[in-house]
Design a protein around this ligand. Structure first.
Ligand code: PLP
Length: 357
């Protein structure tokens, strides 16, 4: 067996997919599964597809192109990072629906679509209060005129993303504003079909009660089906399952050590100043798992008497002084990795990915 090893339990994800699809169906919501958290890796992707998922979104074009090649016209694909110039042609050739937040990008995409003689669908990104991507609502003044000239484009709706940057959470007020904007734009553009898309996972909270006042058409999420949690609200989602990802790694040193006091203290290898370490010796376990493989701030260890001190590029350092488990060299320890840690593990060629069905 090779370590470090990321174990992915597909049966948990399969269960979450079924539950989410049922919930969305009940609330007439189109569910869009965001795949950027696991690099749209093949076995996981196939699990989603077999579970009935037909709408995928990613922030990386490479992943979207691979999905188009795998599933053909069977699936709807969305580019959820604002496109770079060189991506416009790929968007158009591969029938990918992008999020757009600038008139000049819409115009450039229109030119591309006209040349290709292909009708191109787009979603307009709208700033929802998180101060990240999107048109400001007041910029839609006169949108009818601007869009009229872009005859090769079809504006499908508006999309907002919250809680990713400033932690702004969606509430009744936010949704009311968005639904009002949707109605206004639908009217201005004279469309029968004009949708409101929201993301990410934290929006699920809004369907707790039997809400009938909301007029949301699509929800985009990653954390929900992967982790069954809502990190923006610091809680698990009780109607979903957790524990789909486990990270195993090996202890390569265990010793009592203290930090030298006699020398000048600088910064760590990543330029951060160090917090104060206890000067009395403490038992430390070094795990062969480094910053290249994981985000140590998003690792959770089952033994509550062990603290994760930090990580260097080579090692994860645990304080095991308070534990009575007798950790020793060669032991395999297991962590629950959070969203960021799983993404890092997928990006690291040093972490073996093992799928368990
Ligand atoms: C990442 C992302 C999502 C999914 O967010 P989760 O928190 O993983 O549910 C949705 N929309 C956009 C635009 C994103 O970038």
């Amino acid at each position: 067996m090779h370590y470090p090893r990321l174990e992915i339990r597909l049966e948990i994800i399969r269960k979450n997919v079924t539950t989410i699809l049922e919930k969305c169906d009940k609330h007439s919501l189109m569910p869009t599964f965001v795949t950027k958290g696991f690099l749209a890796d093949f076995p996981l992707l196939t699990t989603l597809y077999k579970g009935g998922v037909r709408r995928f979104a990613d922030s990386n074009m490479i992943n979207l192109l691979r999905m188009r090649a795998m599933f053909g016209k069977e699936v709807e694909l969305f580019l959820i990072r604002l496109p770079m110039q060189e991506e416009l042609e790929l968007v158009c050739q591969n029938d990918i629906v992008p999020l757009i937040s600038h008139w000049e990008v819409l115009e450039a995409l229109h030119t591309t679509a006209r040349k290709a003689k292909k009708r191109q669908r787009v979603m307009l990104a709208v700033e929802g209060g998180d101060a990240r991507e999107g048109f400001l609502p007041e910029e839609f003044e006169g949108i009818e005129g601007r869009v009229r000239d872009l005859s090769w484009l079809s504006v499908e709706g508006i999309a907002t993303t919250l809680a990713c940057l400033s932690g702004v959470l969606p509430d009744r007020g936010v949704v009311k504003r968005l639904t009002t904007l949707k109605k206004e734009l639908r009217q201005k553009l004279g469309k029968d079909h004009f949708i409101l898309s929201v993301g990410g996972t934290t929006f699920f909270e809004l369907w707790r009660e039997n809400e009938t006042w909301m007029d949301i058409d699509e929800i985009r999420f990653g954390e929900a089906f992967l982790f069954g949690s809502d990190i923006s609200r610091k809680k698990t989602i009780e109607w979903l399952s957790q524990g789909a990802f486990l990270l195993y790694a090996e202890i390569v040193e265990v010793r009592s050590k203290k930090v030298t006091e006699e020398v000048e203290r600088g910064f760590d290898a990543f330029g951060r100043s160090l917090s104060l370490f206890p000067s009395a010796p403490r038992r430390r376990a070094l795990v062969a798992l480094g910053k290249q493989d994981i985000d140590e701030s998003q690792l959770y260890f089952w033994d509550g008497n062990v603290t994760i001190i930090g990580a260097t590029s080579n090692y994860l350092v645990l304080d095991v002084e308070e534990s009575d488990k007798g950790y020793k060299v060669g032991d395999i320890v297991c962590f629950y990795p959070g969203y960021g840690a799983v993404l890092r593990a997928f990006l690291s060629p040093y972490v073996e990915k093992v799928y368990v069905s």
